[in-house]
Design a protein around this ligand. Structure first.
Ligand SMILES: *[C@@H]1O[C@H](CO)[C@@H](O)[C@H](O)[C@H]1NC(C)=O
Ligand SMILES: *[C@@H]1O[C@H](CO)[C@@H](O)[C@H](O)[C@H]1NC(C)=O
Ligand SMILES: *[C@@H]1O[C@H](CO)[C@@H](O)[C@H](O)[C@H]1NC(C)=O
Ligand SMILES: *[C@@H]1O[C@H](CO)[C@@H](O)[C@H](O)[C@H]1NC(C)=O
Length: 843
């Protein structure tokens, strides 16, 4: 136990010394229900605990192993259609026995744990079957279960919480699982062998497996070997109490066991440690999942890579996970060098010093001499450690506990290949990351479940470009990319998604295909200027010599405020990696007057000095774009004041509905609903234009901006017509009666305010020394109010006041003003246009 304290000390020290880990932020986040990332869900009231997924070769059928059921789902269309459901549950007698033996009733059903194609006509399935595992044959065409059962011992765990792995090669089943009821006889074995091939298993030799957790198995045809991945207790590190190590082990598929020694036992089993660690950090020693990346076209099988997720057994690293990749050739090198030997008296491992009699792990040792086999039997733990590619971690996440991954190599528009990792986190998000020379870039995250799921499975269909995720609740599928979500060339390039490129001719972000090589894309650097400036000349001429695509340049917004009012201007973020910056033409934003809020919005008190133009710029990866333009002017009609504005320092976030939407509920917030809006021309027989409530989420910005633009353009057009336009929005019940009551209220509140003003003046003169300019008259209390305002806005995701939308007649007045301002002082709009142009072209 002394070691333990010492170890924790070392651990703490190491952690202290560990280099600063860069935060990995997904560029875009799609919470559940976002329109930008559509999920197709399959759930059925009696389908739960989806434990295994099996895809047909053409990717049209998905077979699902769940609790007491095997399902055949047709996934060839957009929807998931249940084709057949096979019920496979233990009879009541078995269930009773299971619970009589002291097992929980909820653990006694048949949890399917093995689902593999056996041959062209059959699927092989095994389940825990009330702690008495069973296997069966399912005919794939008719999806009927045979009446023939195999005993599942050694093929499937008894306990549904124990992990296992299984793979069928040439009609033979290779498994890693525990082979007894109590769960302490782990075994790697072969079943369903015929003829000269006999069923094989591990010898009960000391130390072959030490309390393992099986993760995965992969067949490499060129090697004729199956590689198993698992974690177990590393007995070679006997100075640490229960030190977990991750392992890779191998067996040859042509193994038939020895003739006398190692009869019906593997003669080719060897194992080695997989180490996911950088030089000065604690190892991420517990493997969670691993996936194989076959070699690129033209490369040999030695270049096969294995990408694994690893976590640490020490609490100091809890919540963190790392990804490491291992090359097959490195694994082979370790297996072909020295082995350790176990001293059976002291139970200590040491490096073998005596001469090598044979090469352990070599295929075809079955009719070797007894002497050789005895040597092989003792030498199964490689002395060397398999280290990750480049001796470094592929990525480390301090915030996300990744549990599952799948990997794909994607050819980008420049015909280079990029590795994409899909990482499923415990919190229910799937991260899509591209591995670059400069590091890892997380393109997006998609929320796939809300409640923590005890069981998760992840499957990638490369031909269908689809991800499947099975959980306790059902199956979810979605495509590996949604290029059309990126609405400008800049967004498409900044995404750095190898699946997506900007097509200048169709002016859309499209799926990269082999025959479309003219796409704008820059995966490595994400350089918008370079990638998008190569846009066709025709596009430039179409939009004038210096103009950027319209969507990247928002229209200005005119806001009328009263003096001393707290103004809050919101600015949408173009992505979670962008930074927002506020600018005023010919003036600096001094920190005394302006408060930059966390969500990128700007807050200040309206004074003569703070009226004017504001531009919000968003910078990402060196590319700057204008996100919002405001013109703040003083209100002209005192009547437009609502009673509430008088209770100074009352908070008045200036946010039109559009602004709320554009603030986009941040890029992380849950999807909100766009309030129903009605735009009508009063006193006009023209039909009413209604914009129905649309769900708004992450980065729907572009679309909203477009909508907003359309709307403001329409308004301008209306003004130009010289018509007297009144715009009423929100849930409006505008009646003369209300106007009268409002006026009454106004009078009343004027009275109250007068009273309050007098009281306040008295109090104020006692506590705070009066200062000159109104803008300097802000007290810490007001700043508190400002800050409080932010938090309250954040807390419910909706603005407290939506000025201009209350049904108190204010709006009509202020919009009337807007109309007046435009018609009487056209220079105002010109000014806005100027700023708009400046904002767009100067960058
Ligand atoms: C892709 O994004 C666009 C734009 O947000 C959306 O309309 C569309 O439904 C999305 N498609 C999918 C399959 O998620
Ligand atoms: C099956 O799913 C339920 C509900 O999510 C969960 O509580 C239970 O632990 C799961 N059973 C197993 C064996 O994982
Ligand atoms: C597949 O295996 C099953 C079960 O062993 C057997 O009945 C069937 O004939 C095999 N089918 C083919 C095409 O070999
Ligand atoms: C194995 O034994 C068989 C005969 O039993 C023999 O024909 C064969 O050559 C032997 N193979 C090796 C690799 O020694």
């Amino acid at each position: 136990m002394k070691y333990h304290t010492l170890l924790s000390l070392i651990v703490a020290l190491l952690d202290f010394m560990s280099p600063g880990l860069t935060r990995l932020n997904p560029r875009v986040s799609f919470p559940m229900g976002s329109p930008g990332r559509h999920l197709t869900c399959f759930s059925n009231h009696d389908v739960s605990n989806t434990t295994v997924l099996l895809l047909s070769e053409d990717g049209n059928m998905l077979y699902v192993g769940a609790r007491d059921a095997v399902l055949a789902l047709n996934v060839s269309q957009d929807d998931i259609i249940l084709k057949t459901k096979l019920k496979w549950s233990p009879p009541n007698k078995d269930l009773e026995q299971c619970s009589m033996k002291g097992k929980k009733m909820t653990d006694c059903p048949n949890f399917i744990r093995v689902l593999q194609f056996l041959n062209n006509s059959h699927i092989y399935a095994c389940g825990t079957f009330a702690f008495s595992p069973r296997c069966t044959y399912i005919e794939s065409k008719t999806f009927t279960m045979s009446l023939k059962y195999d005993e599942g011992r050694g093929r499937c765990p008894y306990d549904p919480y124990q992990r296992n792995t299984a793979i069928i090669i040439d009609g033979e089943l290779y498994t890693g699982t525990v082979a007894d009821y109590r769960g302490n006889r782990p075994v790697i074995s072969r079943h369903l062998s015929e003829g000269k091939h006999v069923d094989l298993k591990l010898d009960d030799t000391l130390g072959w497996l030490e309390d393992p957790t099986f993760i995965s198995s992969s067949f490499i045809p060129e090697e004729e070997k199956i590689y198993f991945f698992f974690s177990e207790v590393g007995r070679e590190y006997d100075f640490i109490d229960r030190f977990i190590v991750s392992r890779v082990s191998q067996i040859c598929v042509n193994d038939v066991g020895g003739q006398r020694t190692l009869q019906r036992r593997w003669t080719t089993f060897v194992k080695a440690q997989l180490l996911c660690q950088t030089d000065n950090e604690l190892p991420y020693n517990v493997i969670q999942d691993i996936d194989i990346l076959p070699p690129a076209e033209g490369a040999t099988s030695d270049d096969t890579l294995f990408y694994g997720i690893f976590t640490s057994q020490w609490s100091i690293n809890s919540g963190r996970s790392a990804v490491c990749s291992f090359r097959l050739t490195d694994i082979k090198t370790v297996f072909s060098s020295n082995y350790k030997v176990l001293n059976r008296d002291t139970l200590k491992w040491s490096v073998r010093v005596q001469e090598k009699v044979a090469n352990p792990g070599q295929c075809g040792l079955h009719n070797a001499s007894d002497n050789t086999l005895r040597f092989v039997k003792e030498s199964f733990l490689a002395d060397d450690i398999v280290r990750p590619v480049g001796r470094r971690l592929t990525l480390v996440s301090t915030e996300h506990n990744y549990s599952h991954l799948t990997v794909q190599r994607v050819q980008a528009a420049n015909s280079r290949h990029y590795t994409i990792l899909f990482l499923l986190s415990d919190s229910g998000y799937l991260h899509k990351a591209v591995l670059l020379q400069s590091g890892v870039h997380i393109i997006e995250e998609v929320q796939v479940f809300e409640q923590p799921q005890p069981i998760k499975t992840l499957k990638l269909s490369i031909p269908k470009a689809t991800i499947y995720i099975g959980t306790s609740e059902g199956v979810v599928k979605f495509s590996t990319a949604n290029c059309s979500f990126y609405w400008t060339c800049a967004q498409c390039v900044l995404a750095r998604d190898p699946f997506c490129g900007w097509d200048p001719s169709s002016r859309a972000c499209v799926w990269v295909s082999k025959n479309n090589t003219t796409l704008c894309q820059d995966i490595d650097k994400g350089n918008v200027e370079e990638a998008c400036n190569s846009l066709s000349v025709s596009h430039r001429t179409r939009f004038g010599p210096n103009k950027l695509p319209a969507a990247s340049c928002p229209a200005g917004e005119l806001l009328s405020v009263s003096l001393n009012e707290v103004v809050r201007l919101s600015c949408p973020a173009s992505s979670q990696l962008s930074q927002q910056l506020w600018e005023r033409p010919n003036s600096r934003l001094s920190a005394n007057l302006y408060l930059h809020l966390q969500d990128g919005s700007l807050s200040f008190v309206a004074t003569p000095a703070t009226l004017g133009h504001y531009i919000c710029l968003s910078t990402e990866n060196g590319y700057q774009q204008t996100m919002a333009i405001y013109h703040i002017k003083q209100k002209t009609t005192p009547l437009a004041e609502t009673p509430t504005t008088y209770t100074w320092p009352q908070i008045h976030p200036i946010q039109t509905t559009q602004a709320v939407v554009r603030a986009g509920s941040g890029l992380h917030a849950s999807s909100g609903t766009w309030p129903k809006r009605t735009e009508s021309k009063l006193g006009n027989s023209k039909p009413t234009l209604t914009i129905k409530g649309t769900k708004v989420t992450t980065g729907q910005l572009g679309r909203n901006l477009t909508l907003w633009k359309e709307e403001s353009e329409q308004k301008e057009a209306e003004f130009q017509d010289g018509e007297h336009v009144k715009v009423a929005r929100g849930h409006c019940y505008l009646k003369e009666l209300i106007v009268v009551s409002v006026l009454l209220l106004l009078c009343l509140s004027l009275l109250i305010i007068l009273l309050m003003y007098v009281i306040r003046q008295r109090l104020h003169s006692r506590t705070v020394p009066q200062t000159g300019t109104p803008s300097d008259r802000r007290t810490s209390l007001e700043w508190e109010a400002l800050r409080g305002n932010t938090s309250s806005i954040k807390s419910n995701g909706k603005p407290l006041h939506r000025r201009g939308f209350d049904c108190n007649g204010t709006l009509i007045g202020s919009n009337g003003n807007l109309g007046n301002a435009q018609s009487k002082h056209p220079e105002h709009m010109n000014a806005i246009d100027e700023t708009r142009d400046k904002g767009c072209h100067s960058r």
